[in-house]
Design a protein around this ligand. Structure first.
Ligand code: DAT
Ligand code: MG
Length: 149
């Protein structure tokens, strides 16, 4: 089943919105398969955001993601990557649709609460970064047949 890597970013942690963010994804029907509370260091931040190295916002992005503990989660389900990104909303919260996490809870692009992988390939790359040496659990919910056809 397709997997995606979700991060509850430092602003959501600071604002007490961790379970609001995770709960919306869980209620969508995605199955939680991995969960960690961790402090991201500079090396991990640069590895995760390697595609943005050299962009003007890169230093601020690294400072932000390393500024407080975060929660890393693996969610799985049919089309998990696209489903999570749809529930998150557009990168810029003022452009994100109402009803999405960013559209309901955020205002600034550098404080957009949540990360979600942008492709299944990137999901596997990012899960390797955040769950190296930590379990991702393969399980079935009794309710799966009411969520997955
Ligand atoms: P997303 O997080 O929606 O996948 P992205 O991968 O393009 O967006 O960028 C990663 C993060 O970098 C994004 O969540 C916020 C920040 N960012 C992206 N573009 C930015 C910009 N133009 N100015 C400031 N921060 C930006
Ligand atoms: Mg991205």
């Amino acid at each position: 089943m397709e997997r995606t890597l979700i991060l509850v970013k430092p602003d959501a942690m600071q604002r007490g919105l961790a379970f609001e963010v995770l709960g919306r994804l869980e209620r969508r029907g995605l199955r939680l398969a991995g969960l960690r509370l961790l402090q991201v260091d500079e090396a991990m931040a640069k590895r995760h955001y390697a595609e943005h190295e050299g962009k003007p916002f890169f230093a601020g992005l690294v400072d932000y993601i390393t500024s407080a503990p975060i929660i890393a989660a693996v969610f799985e389900g049919t089309g998990a990557v696209e489903a999570a990104r749809q529930t998150m909303g557009a990168t810029k919260p003022t452009a994100a649709a109402p009803g999405t996490i960013r559209g309901d809870l955020g205002l600034e692009i550098g404080r957009n609460l949540v990360h979600g992988s942008d492709s299944p390939q990137n999901a596997e790359r990012e899960i390797a970064i955040f769950f190296e040496g930590h379990p991702v659990i393969d399980w079935r919910r009794d309710t799966d047949r009411w969520v997955f056809e």
